[in-house]
Design a binder for this molecule. Structure first.
Ligand SMILES: [Zn+2]
Length: 441
């Protein structure tokens, strides 16, 4: 059984080069050189999704909510006559609450795809979706450690670079631009576009059969990326899965070429697999190479079932935890973290690489409606948070949005975002490399 303290401490140790041994005490029964006050709340013994109160406290100009403390004027931490540093607020409880995804497991709200909706989240209610609060809590703890030990504590970096970027591409469509983009064009009276796409398709090369173009964009950076392939082509309850067969020769050839160029292949679990172990296992078996990670199609992560199921199948990581409705930090953390198994009250072996931004979130009738010119100014504050905490930025850009027949201005937006992080000195890493970098810390 993992205590909430062990879970948070595990992640704290992955972020910083901490003194060893680290004498960190939590609650009255375990004294340490740094002593963290523990809440008297019985919240974690019950099954309520939301804490009853929220207090706000200033940290270097930022307003930080705390969920298990009373409002007081006490400073964040104080040092006593023996040099011991006392943290006056329960940073551990607030960090655990957000990082573990407690509100999703115990909350009843789900959308039509069984997903926990953004509007039901604390992040929406208190407007902190673009603030990685768990990183703030751990930063405060780091400063308490620095004071107690009289030494600076350095953050861990990414192959010497200040932050990492994981570029990822879910491959849903690669042979139906003529239909998915062409037929709506025809209905709007754009016959020439329809004919152009249909002609391309007839020549055996659909406009979305464009993985070499995606690879070329990556080569320009250069970046090693992760491509998630969807091994199910049959629709599920009327919702589309892949428009291709992953076992067909043209797809096998694409996968071979991407692998040869240094890119990683992952599983894109189809509709319903977030709660269906057997189907997810079948899909894993259809991929031509063994894979380490998964992202669910439509981000259909089931908070009740997915963590255990991913662990049972031996997957090293998942990258489905982002809100489709809004970019930012779904678990309020900008680093990889280990999923929590609520029924067994323990940390699983599965890493989550939280998804910060999906292309269609930026412009979609159900999500945001940003113009291409608005995109970078809107995203910059979130990216600055990731840089500030030396975290990982995970981006999902579908292959169809590299073509002129997907998201309007999609290719230019991808170039703008990647040029920005590159200008800030990012390390472009595949997902398994980002996990490996976190794991060894
Ligand atoms: Zn998908």
């Amino acid at each position: 059984m993992t205590s909430i303290f062990d879970y948070v401490l595990f992640h704290f140790q992955r972020l910083y080069h901490l003194p060893s041994p680290l004498e960190l005490g939590y609650g009255p029964d375990s004294p340490g050189r740094v002593q963290i006050r523990a809440t008297t709340s019985t919240f974690f013994e019950r099954q309520q999704p939301k804490p009853v109160q929220t207090v706000w406290k200033d940290w270097q100009g930022a307003q930080i909510p705390l969920f298990f403390d009373e409002a007081t004027d006490a400073p964040w931490f104080t040092q006593n006559g023996q040099g011991q540093v006392e943290v006056q607020y329960d940073l551990i409880a607030s960090a655990f609450y957000l990082l573990s995804g407690w509100q999703e497991f115990y909350g009843q709200e789900r959308d039509q795809f069984g997903r926990f909706p953004y509007r039901a989240s604390q992040q929406a209610r208190h407007r902190f979706i673009t603030k990685p609060l768990v990183n703030y809590y751990l930063q405060i703890l780091r400063e308490a450690v620095e004071l107690a030990y009289g030494q600076e504590v350095q953050p861990r970096l990414w192959q010497g670079k200040p932050f990492a970027t994981c570029l990822t591409h879910d491959v849903d469509y690669c042979q139906s631009a003529w239909k998915v983009a062409g037929i709506p064009a025809l209905k709007k009276g754009n016959l020439s576009l329809f004919l152009q796409l249909a002609l391309q398709k007839a020549k055996g090369k659909d406009a979305w059969f464009n993985l070499p173009q995606v690879a070329q964009e990556l080569q320009r950076l250069p970046a090693e990326a992760t491509f998630f392939f969807l091994p199910e082509s049959a629709p599920f309850e009327g919702h589309p899965n892949a428009d291709y067969e992953v076992t067909s020769p043209p797809l096998q050839q694409q996968i071979k070429e991407l692998t040869a160029a240094g890119h990683e292949i992952g599983l894109h679990g189809s509709h319903g697999t977030g709660s269906n172990r057997r189907q997810l296992q079948t899909e894993l078996g259809k991929l031509p190479t063994p894979v380490k990670g998964n992202r669910f199609h439509y981000l259909r992560f089931d908070p009740q079932k997915s963590p255990a199921l991913l662990e049972e199948l031996g997957l090293a990581y998942d990258s489905s935890l982002g809100f489709p409705e809004h970019f930012g930090f779904r678990n309020s953390y900008c680093h990889p973290f280990r999923l929590f198994h609520f029924k067994e009250r323990r940390m699983t072996s599965v890493w989550e690489l939280p998804l910060n931004l999906m292309d269609i979130t930026l412009h979609h009738p159900n999500y945001l409606q940003l113009t291409p010119a608005e995109v970078m100014p809107v995203l910059t504050p979130m990216l600055e948070e990731i840089m500030r905490f030396h975290g990982v930025f995970t981006l999902l850009w579908h292959n169809e949005n590299f073509s002129p027949y997907g998201l309007e201005g999609g290719l230019q937006m991808f170039r703008d975002i990647t040029a920005f992080v590159q200008s800030k000195g990012t390390a472009f890493l595949s997902m398994h490399a980002a996990v490996a970098g976190t794991e060894k810390n």
